[in-house]
Design a protein around this ligand. Structure first.
Ligand SMILES: *Cc1c(COP(=O)(O)O)cnc(C)c1O
Length: 430
């Protein structure tokens, strides 16, 4: 597969080059040149396919010929070594749990897949690749865990000081080895801007091979398609019109769902569920896309003021506002509403949701009000104990810590504090 830059001012790239670069030289995000639907036989037969087989069929066209089929099968098997269960809360609402991986957020899948691709591409290189990544909370941990010990790859994580949860911070600052955490005095948007600036800084890119492990990187983004297939496999015999409500920040996850739909997966509609960072909700109302500084909320992984994948979503729907609106609705909710939802989900269904999942639940309910004949699946994007303070306070109840979390809580945080881009550059060049 060849990939083009959405800014259309850079040469096309193979899967391998696009993964190694992250962002195209003209700052554009890479997008596949073609999307070939999987065909009726695949969907008719889906009950008989394993998750690994489904994932293989879904992604193979995007990585060929740069990764051999046998290698791809191994990468998929290693990436997907945990569960993706669906729990039906009632006749209209289900939750898809994406937090059974090592860092208990959905980003484990993309991070593990990308780490293995990058490790494979660079296993015989003398020069090391540096993965530079900005995190609003969960990416850092997932990337640190996914890339730990991968030969030939150094990982540098930028996170906003004081704006990630204690557990998230421990997950990204305690591993050591090839992982370094830079603690930025600023917001997530500042971190993301610094990463983007670094990619465009010729002085840096001439001296080192830099890539990104945010969802701008196709190897982080595309494997997220798998969840939607897995959910469909579990639900299609019971429900005809399946709608996904996706708690969204950078819009990588939802955009991967849209790619699954392009592959032919019968998804009736998408709901982008936002906290008060509501650029896309506003865009669908007004047709004006106005990025703004992010505001801090209790669903911090979605505190994004200028979602980087939105350009991909527009491309998928041919830059046509009407087509986009036919496929996508969006709602925005306050922290107070999110807390109420967490209580409601607990009282009505005896289910503990994290703040991100609760925003997804609210989006599902809002959509169902107008479309009661559909079945809405909201994504539980992180385990509730990753947001212990909020969850325990809202539900007035102690939560049991899981083994993955206990393992990092007692380790010592190691980070390097930085204030601005110059300090990042100095660090990278030394
Ligand atoms: C990253 C993240 C999101 C947002 O996902 P995007 O792909 O950036 O839209 C939502 N919830 C949690 C828990 C996350 O970690």
């Amino acid at each position: 597969m060849q990939y083009y830059s959405l800014n259309k001012k850079a040469p096309d790239a193979s899967f391998r080059d696009a993964v190694n670069k992250g962002l195209a030289p003209d700052k554009g995000l890479y997008f596949p040149e073609r999307i070939s639907p999987l065909g009726d036989i695949f969907f008719k037969n889906i009950d008989n396919l394993s998750y690994n087989e489904i994932a293989f069929e879904a992604i193979k066209q995007f990585v060929k010929p740069d990764i051999l089929e046998a290698v791809l099968k191994t990468i998929i098997a290693e990436t997907l070594s945990f569960d993706f269960p669906i729990i039906e809360l009632n006749k209209s609402i289900s939750v898809l749990e994406l937090f059974h991986g090592p860092t208990m957020a959905f980003k484990d899948v993309g991070a593990r897949f990308m780490a293995r691709c990058l490790g494979y591409f660079n296993k015989d290189n003398d020069e090391e690749v540096t993965v530079l990544v900005a995190t609003s909370g969960d990416t850092g941990g997932a990337v640190a865990n996914g890339f730990l010990g991968v030969k030939g790859v150094n990982v540098v994580i930028l996170y906003p000081s004081g704006k990630v949860s204690d557990i998230q911070e421990k997950q990204l600052t305690t591993l050591g080895q090839n992982i370094t955490a830079l603690e930025v005095n600023g917001t997530f948007d500042d971190c993301q801007d610094m990463v983007k600036t670094a990619f465009l800084d010729a002085e840096l890119t001439n001296r080192m091979q830099l890539t990104s492990a945010n969802s701008i990187n196709i190897a982080r983004w595309l494997p997220q398609m798998f969840y939607f297939f897995f959910a469909y496999k579990q639900l299609h015999n019971k429900h005809k019109k399946i709608v996904f409500s996706i708690p969204s920040g950078n819009f990588g996850n939802i955009c991967a769902g849209m790619m699954a739909q392009q592959l032919g997966l019968p998804i009736h509609h998408f709901v982008a569920s936002n906290n008060k960072n509501d650029v896309v909700t506003e865009y669908l109302k007004t047709q004006l896309y106005k990025p703004k500084p992010s505001v801090q909320t209790i669903s911090n992984a979605m505190d994004v003021g200028n979602p980087s994948n939105f350009v991909r979503i527009k491309e998928i729907y041919k830059n046509n506002f009407k087509t986009l609106k036919d496929h996508l609705s969006s709602y925005s909710f306050t922290d107070a509403e999110t807390k109420e939802a967490m209580q409601e989900i607990y009282e009505d269904y005896n289910y503990v949701a994290d703040p991100h999942g609760a925003v997804g639940y609210l989006g599902a309910k809002a959509y169902l009000k107008e479309h009661p004949d559909t079945h809405c699946v909201f994504l539980e994007t992180a385990h509730p104990t990753k947001f212990l303070d909020v969850v325990e306070k809202v539900l007035q109840q102690k939560q049991e810590l899981l083994a993955q979390i206990k393992a990092v809580m007692d380790k010592k945080k190691v980070s390097i504090k930085i204030e601005n881009y110059e300090q990042l550059k100095t660090y990278l060049l030394k």
